[in-house]
Design a protein around this ligand. Sequence first.
Ligand code: PAN
Ligand code: ZN
Length: 191
Amino acid sequence: MKLNESTEHYNLHNGCLEGKYAVFSQKKLAQLKGVFADEQAFAAKDGEEIVYEVSSHTVVPEGTPGGLFFGTSCIHPGTVGGEYYMTKGHFHAKRECGEYYWGISGTGLLLLMDENRNCTAQLVKKNSLHYISGYTAHRLVNIGDDDLVVGACWPSDAGHDYGSIETEGFPVRVICRDGEAVIVDDAHAAG
Ligand code: PAN
Ligand code: ZN
């Protein structure tokens, strides 16, 4: 049997993916309108700034039952009106699908929210492991001064449902107060 070298590569230390199945995407600030509480501060910033980048390893087409996707998210450091840069956050379209996240570098929070809007947070850092149950929305927040790099593995038929997060957000926000990350109730989510 002939041994073939894999065309696919994953760098455990920085999360970099390379290979014919690696797909890259970037999220600019302008694409995150409505995500941050302070609309004035948002408007004053450069919409072209890249807030986060996602590398995904997608061997099978999206929606394939039984397959897996693997990826790395890199959330850059920064704030909008004191609120830390974060991902949009989503439920999986197929609600029962779970996901693994693991910290590669940097410091962050993983916000988890169930369908009744009960929210918990986990500290994400190098080597931390996070099992995200089904029926749970998830969002990454970079609370450090460096890039937050996080690995992920999820079912290829999970899909992404951004709808309810876009309209209702999460019930909490993560803000920088005196240099420290603080989780506060989102005033808009009250009631
Ligand atoms: C991750 C996320 C990634 C970007 O790969 O898709 O961190 O976050 P948003 O999708 O919320 O913009 C994942 O959870 N996949 O299922
Ligand atoms: Zn997900």
